[in-house]
Design a protein around this ligand. Structure first.
Ligand SMILES: N[C@@H]1[C@@H](O)[C@H](O)[C@@H](COP(=O)(O)O)O[C@@H]1O
Length: 261
């Protein structure tokens, strides 16, 4: 696992957007796995700026969703499908034909989950999967004690996650669904490159457990330690509880530029 400590969220966004741009230059129809939440927004802004300036052609990129609320109509402004359309697809000039995601409104939820795992595999697998992290160490919506081998499935949110996400629903926790579909940890680990961005002091404990703690289902993000190409990008605040921060700084600063992340 590589840990990159950046000065702030904007720098993290720029670094990751450049890695995505490099990928798209090499593979124009790369399948990009995208995450929701506030953290990845600087990535999407930086990637959009690159596409608009002509630094990268994203017109053939394909976008895959990480997770979704169950029961929110697809056109609800806070369904993750709507959020990704707003924050990723439209800014990049991509239509919904470039998009794949699980159907949170399906009558047969297990069937929809299985179909999504199958669709991801048939699409050739995710080339680069962006991840945020919950304050409890969740990735996607894999809450603590999710199986590290899990596939896409329905999960019940913890109260903490519903409290954390209430800000997207006008601060009203009653509006936050209890159930979600999330790519499983086993599904996420099949992506070729995992890139987790964490910013702010509120993520410092989760980052320390992810990077320096044991691989344990109680901290789902710690599963990244099992992946051959995982990059954790953190700002100074999110890095504040890392014991090996100096080592991470040293290795990254001495890395040849061509290597990227
Ligand atoms: N399902 C999403 C996660 O994918 C995201 O990582 C997390 C953190 O969000 P934020 O980046 O806003 O802190 O929120 C939600 O739970």
């Amino acid at each position: 696992m590589e840990v990159v400590i950046v000065p702030d969220a904007k720098a993290g966004g720029e670094l990751i957007a450049e890695a995505m741009a490099r990928l798209l230059r090499r593979k124009p129809d790369a399948l990009l796995g995208v995450a929701t939440g506030s953290t990845p927004l600087p990535i999407y802004q930086a990637l959009t700026a690159k596409a608009r300036s002509g630094a990268v052609d994203a017109s053939r990129a394909r976008i895959a969703q990480l997770d979704e609320y169950v029961g929110l109509p697809a056109d609800h402004p806070e369904s993750y499908r709507s959020v990704l359309r707003r924050e990723v697809l439209e800014p990049l000039g991509l239509g919904m034909e470039a998009f794949m995601g699980p159907d949170g409104t399906a009558e047969d939820i297990p069937g929809a989950c299985e179909a999504y795992d199958k669709a991801l595999a048939e699409a050739g697998g995710v080339d680069l999967q962006l991840l945020g992290i919950g304050t409890d160490g969740h990735i996607g919506f894999n809450e603590p004690c999710s199986s590290l081998a899990s596939r896409t499935r329905i999960k019940t949110l913890t109260e903490q996650t519903r409290i954390d996400n209430a800000r997207f629903f006008g601060g009203d926790i009653e509006q936050v669904p209890h159930h979600v579909i999330t790519q499983g940890i086993g599904t996420i680990l099949e992506a070729r490159h995992l890139v987790l961005l964490a910013t702010g002091e509120g993520k410092a404990d989760a980052v320390a457990a992810t990077v320096e703690g044991p691989v344990a289902a109680v901290c789902p993000a710690s599963a990244l330690q099992l992946h051959p190409h995982a990059t954790v990008v953190v700002d100074e605040s999110a890095a504040s509880k890392l014991k090996h921060a100096d080592y991470f700084r040293h290795t990254y600063h001495n890395k040849p530029d061509w290597q990227g992340i």
